[in-house]
Design a protein around this ligand. Structure first.
Ligand code: SF4
Ligand code: SF4
Length: 145
């Protein structure tokens, strides 16, 4: 498994980190995130110690690391859905838009995925996959993001 290095994207408000009803990242990044990482690392919540993003777990290039690529390929949360026995990850932009390079890379993996992309006031839900998957995601509505 890869090392996170200087990436701390999953400690920011890109993902929800709610512990005992408190959103730790309400101010934009986790209140426990210091300059050199998590200040309560040894006793961090289990949802943090168990979290692994798709970049860490899979054979993705270094430039796809979330702080470099601008996306977290989320493969471990309740947001993940399964369709035709295949996992459909939820790609979460850490900034405002997913770049063409990143999008092309994700498409080149040849696996379905879905994402939410913001452009100005416009929010679009993207699904990469066959028509049946698109219909399935539409039926799920907004419940998964
Ligand atoms: S987003 Fe991935 S690479 Fe970055 S800190 Fe979290 S687990 Fe590590
Ligand atoms: S508690 Fe630590 S590991 Fe968990 S989100 Fe906050 S800074 Fe990150």
């Amino acid at each position: 498994m890869k090392d996170c290095g200087s990436c701390h994207e999953c400690c920011k408000d890109t993902l929800k980190t709610v512990v005992d009803g408190e959103d730790l990242c309400a101010s934009g990044q986790c209140k426990n995130l210091g300059k050199s990482g998590c200040s309560i690392y040894e006793s961090r919540p289990s949802m943090c110690s168990q979290y692994e993003c798709g970049w860490r777990l899979n054979d993705m290039p270094i430039w796809m690391r979330p702080d470099k690529s601008g996306v977290i390929v989320n493969v471990m949360t309740e947001d993940v859905i399964y369709f035709k026995d295949q996992m459909v990850p939820y790609v979460v932009p850490t900034g405002k838009t997913i770049s063409e390079r990143v999008l092309n890379y994700l498409v080149s993996l040849g696996r379905p995925f879905r994402f939410v992309q913001e452009k100005g006031d416009q929010v679009s839900i993207g699904v990469y996959g066959d028509e049946a998957l698109k219909i399935h995601v539409k039926e799920l509505g907004a419940t998964w993001h």
